[in-house]
Every structure is written in structure tokens, then in C-alpha cells.
Design a protein. Structure first.
Length: 314
């Protein structure tokens, strides 16, 4: 990201004035996927773009250094070379590899020299309910271990109680603990109660200095939806227009198909412009999306679909 968002003072009037009209969001979302169906070469180009924006993720209790190393090999070479050759793409990598703290070291080692950053979920992910000082310490430990990006979780309770000062102070402290590492704030939109809360929480995180705002942990019953993405993208646009600061967006959780990744990119292009469809401003958090994209690319190149097991993931 060219210039990091330094944040602003907490502006409670702006927060209170932020309201979401659900029917308007639903109408806009309904118009999105059908409106612009991208075909053939354009589709392949956008699918390659989706890969370059992907935070290739494994967040399982049974992660091991071995499966993280396999994931990192896939991050370096996300698509089979013969498919890339046919598409005349010399090099392609994902945006980052996202893991729990314990798996940072093997990921950093496996990605050495690739330029691919390691992102770590943090602050008591996914619920964010551990003591505050431990959440801050966790960030510092992860940065020390080599994470260049930190994905923190918001205190949903504070959002539900409209404790915006509390959210602001927390995120500000997390940003401080990150140092040079980039801060992504996970809202857990599926647990925030209302769309207005999603918009206000997005805004407060940006005021507190978030580099990215992210929808979900992947562990909530409802994860990334186009409706929440639309609301968050529009908050990013307002914040940029009013402050000049750039904040990135990361939809995450439940994004498993190439079609979903295209819908997300179209939304970003239409709402924020093409600058927000590149990895410094857009990431897709996903543990099982890559296989479907690779399969669609193979179909584009050969005219045939292969079985999913020909595109193995870690
Ligand atoms: O941050 C990324 C998410 O945890 C991934 O969620 P997913 O496993 O549903 O793709």
C-alpha cells in the first residue's frame, strides 16, 4: 500500500450520521451479478487477478508445518505451469498466505525469497474475547515471528453496545502494536446485528488507522456477502473522499467459487474503481477458492473441465 492510512480522530457525529437503507442495498446487490457477465479472455484475466489478490488461508486446529509448507508451495505457483504458459503469463503468485500464529515460522521459511507476505490472524481469533493485554501481546509476538500483515478481530460486544470509543481505542492500540506490519480489521459482519452497525464499525476502524477492513473470520454462520461488501466498499469510498486516506478491502469466509470471486471484483470496480482491484487494496480471504479458479482457467485453455482432484490444495 503506497501511503498507509494514518487514521483520524474519532468523529462521533459522522458515525451517528451513518445509516444504511436495507432495500437500497438489496436492489443494488440484485443488479450486480447479472449486469456485467465477463466472458472468455476477460474472464480469464479477471480470474488471474483474483488469484493475485488472494490471501491463501489455512486456519484449522489440525494445521501442521507440513500442510502449511504445501500451501506455501501453492502460493508460489498457484496455477499449473502449462496453463500459465497457454495464457502467456510468465509469473503469478497469491497476495499473501494467512495462518494462525503457531504456523508463522514454517510459512515465513517456505515463502523466503518469494516476496509473498505472511498474514497472521490475531487478538484471540475468531471470537476476540481474550484479555486485552494478551491480544496486544499476541500481535507483537506475531510481528516478531515474521508476520507482515495482522488480521485482528473486533469486539462484537462493543459494536452491539455502540461503544465506538471502545472500538476506536482498541483498534488504535492494535495498530500501534503492529508497527510496520499492516493491520486488517475483521468486523465479523454476520454477528453485528444490523447493516448500520457494519457501516459504523467500518468507519470507526478506518478512523483508528486500519489498513484494510475485512468482512469475516470464516467461522461465523454468515460470512462474506455481497451486501456487506457493498456497504463496506461505500464506507471506504466516503472515507477516501473526506480524508484522502486509502483503505483496502478484504471479503473473507465462504468464498469458494470462481463466480463469487468475479462478482466481488465487479463490485469493487464499479464502486471504487480499478485501483481497488489490485492486491495492495483488495484481498480475498479464502481457504478453498483456488481449486475452482484453476479449474475454470484450465477449461478456458483446453475447453475441458478436469476433476477437482487434479488441482490439489494443501
Ligand atoms: O480469512 C479467511 C477466512 O478464514 C477463510 O474462510 P473460508 O475457509 O470460508 O474460505
Amino acid at each position: 500500500m503506497e501511503n498507509r492510512n494514518p487514521g483520524t480522530p474519532l468523529d462521533l457525529e459522522w458515525v451517528a450520521a451513518t445509516r444504511i437503507n436495507r432495500p437500497a442495498v438489496e436492489r443494488r446487490v440484485a443488479s450486480l451479478p447479472g449486469r456485467r457477465s465477463v466472458k472468455k479472455d476477460w474472464q480469464a484475466a479477471w480470474l488471474l487477478r483474483a488469484i493475485s489478490c488472494m490471501d491463501l488461508t489455512t486456519l484449522s486446529g489440525d494445521d501442521t508445518p507440513g500442510n502449511v509448507r504445501r500451501l506455501c508451495a501453492k502460493a508460489r505457483q498457484p496455477v499449473r505451469q502449462d496453463i500459465l504458459d497457454a495464457l502467456e503469463i510468465p509469473k503469478l503468485t497469491v497476495g499473501a498466505v494467512c495462518v494462525y500464529h503457531d504456523m508463522i515460522a514454517p510459512a515465513v521459511e517456505a515463502l523466503a525469497g518469494s516476496g509473498i507476505p505472511v498474514a497472521a490472524v490475531s487478538t484471540g481469533f475468531p471470537a476476540g474475547l481474550s484479555p486485552f493485554h494478551l491480544r496486544v501481546a499476541e500481535i507483537k509476538e506475531s510481528v516478531k515471528a515474521g508476520a507482515q500483515e495482522i488480521d485482528i478481530v473486533l469486539s462484537r460486544r462493543k459494536v452491539l453496545l455502540q461503544d465506538w470509543q471502545g472500538i476506536y481505542d482498541e483498534v488504535r492500540a492494535f495498530r500501534e502494536a503492529c508497527g510496520d506490519a499492516h493491520l486488517k480489521t475483521i468486523l465479523a459482519t454476520g454477528e453485528l446485528g444490523t447493516l448500520t452497525n457494519v457501516a459504523r464499525a467500518s468507519l470507526v476502524c478506518m478512523m483508528a488507522g486500519a489498513d484494510f477492513i475485512k468482512t469475516s473470520t470464516g467461522k461465523e454462520p454468515t460470512n462474506a456477502t455481497l451486501g456487506n461488501s457493498l456497504i463496506m466498499a461505500r464506507q471506504i469510498r466516503d472515507f477516501h473522499e473526506r480524508t484522502g486516506h486509502v483503505v483496502g478491502f478484504k471479503p473473507a469466509g465462504g468464498i469458494r467459487t470462481a463466480k463469487q470471486s468475479l462478482d466481488g471484483l465487479i463490485l469493487m470496480k464499479e464502486e471504487l474503481g480499478v485501483a481497488w482491484t489490485k492486491p495492495d487494496r483488495y484481498r480475498i480471504g479464502a481457504s478453498s477458492l483456488l481449486s475452482d479458479i484453476e479449474r475454470q482457467l484450465e477449461h478456458h485453455v483446453t475447453g475441458r473441465y478436469s476433476a477437482y482432484n487434479r488441482h490439489p490444495m494443501a
